[in-house]
Design a protein around this ligand. Structure first.
Ligand code: PLP
Length: 389
């Protein structure tokens, strides 16, 4: 893969916004801005973590939805990519393979339901090495029928519920039912298990997080033991996120990690991880907003409101004024930012916010501006924006 411009919009209308000049101060707000050096350092640091630990890395694309970032993760040594949705995988695979014949290894981490989706998966398998997480024997049957119809083969991981309760078989008996169904399928290969502990990722305090991760992983281990005793090989044991990464390595059951948020590090993660080793990634992504009204002594109004970011994890942090100034949602299109005691924000002034939850915030934007200090270096598209189907 040598196409440096994958996912980059530097040639089209987005950069025309700034014309000949390339100062970040000219970007129309609200907008997502990412410090390129920090982003690349995060990608490299995670790749090094995996290399040192002797596990493979399959970063989750749901966090950034960007072909440009996915390519850099692969270039840094990732074994493949993880996706939550078929639609995300379809567009990113298309983009990454446009100028390259090399097949990418793709894992769909969320179960698919129904003939139509199974057939889309079978069709996607013509363009990549596809692995699908399945948590019910009927899901196996649907994939097998589609693979036969499309004359292709697919790999399957049994998705195991490790305590989150969202998807996954609940225990060993159910995992065996999935694996046995794959074993009799002619077009499917059983490749192992997935166990993602989403409920563990934001537990504050490393010891609490470690204890909870050990407990949930022991459930996964029981399922693995049962499958191995029944004669199944499990070359892939995938799971983990940014918050549990080094704990997963320490526990040693997973051999493939699928973190996503580390590329940006949002404030929800920063609050939970603090100075823990899992938190040693830079906050590369900020949301730039402009003061549109400054008619009160104690606060100003900015142009980023409820539509500008995900709101599930509380308000964003005001960069450079942490503790001295706070943000409050002020309607669909506006936010209220209190003035720090020693300084009043001016009309037209730009402020940067750290998004509370990066994944659903990124999905609200067409592009991310890549910057170095004040300079715009590039603008990349959020390639899989809105591709939730
Ligand atoms: C199945 C799965 N794997 C991995 C991740 C990545 O986790 P994180 O963003 O916490 O690193 C997610 C995120 O929601 C996920 O749903």
């Amino acid at each position: 893969m040598n196409n440096h411009r994958i996912g980059s919009r530097a040639d089209d209308e987005a950069l025309d916004q700034v014309g000949e000049m390339n100062s970040r101060r000219l970007i129309a707000t609200p907008a997502l801005v990412c410090d390129l050096a920090m982003l690349l350092a995060n990608i490299e640091a995670m790749a090094n973590n995996a290399r040192r630990a002797g596990v493979t890395l399959r970063p989750h694309v749901k966090s950034h939805k960007s072909a440009y970032i996915a390519k850099r993760q692969l270039d840094a040594g990732a074994v493949g990519l993880s996706f939550a949705k078929l639609g995300e995988a379809e567009i990113i695979v298309e983009r990454l393979t446009a100028d390259n014949d090399q097949a990418i290894s793709v894992l769909l981490t969320s179960p698919l339901v129904g003939r139509h989706r199974a057939e889309r998966a079978a069709s996607l398998a013509a363009h990549c090495d596809l692995i699908v997480a399945v948590d019910h024997p009927d899901g196996v049957d649907e994939l097998e029928a589609a693979a036969i119809a499309f004359d292709t083969t697919l790999s399957v991981l049994c998705d195991v519920d490790v305590g989150l309760g969202r998807t996954g078989v609940v225990g060993a008996y159910e995992a065996l039912a999935v694996a046995e169904r794959v074993a009799v399928a002619t077009q499917l290969h059983f490749k192992g298990v997935q166990g993602y502990g989403g409920h563990l990722q934001h537990i504050a305090g490393r010891e609490h997080r470690r204890a909870a991760t050990i407990e949930s992983t022991s459930h996964l281990r029981l399922v693995i033991d049962a499958l191995e005793s029944a004669g199944f090989n499990l070359p892939i044991r995938s799971g983990g996120g940014t918050g549990t990464l080094l704990l997963d390595v320490e526990i040693g059951v997973l051999n493939e990690l699928q973190p996503g948020s580390y590329v940006f590090m949002d404030s929800e993660y920063r609050d939970a991880l603090g100075d823990d080793p899992e938190g040693r990634f830079a906050q590369s992504l900020t949301l730039v907003t402009t003061v549109i009204s400054a008619n009160h002594d104690d606060y100003v109004t900015v142009d980023a409101g409820l539509k500008a970011m995900a709101t599930d994890a509380g308000p964003p942090v005001v960069v450079g004024h942490e503790g001295a100034s706070t943000y409050r949602f002020f309607g669909d299109e506006q936010g209220m930012v209190t003035n720090p005691s020693q300084h009043s924000f001016r009309r037209g002034e730009r402020l940067e916010l750290v998004p509370p939850h990066c994944d659903p915030t990124v999905d609200r934007y067409d592009v991310i501006w890549l910057v170095h200090d004040d300079i715009i270096v590039d603008v990349i598209d959020v390639t899989a924006r809105g591709r939730s189907q």
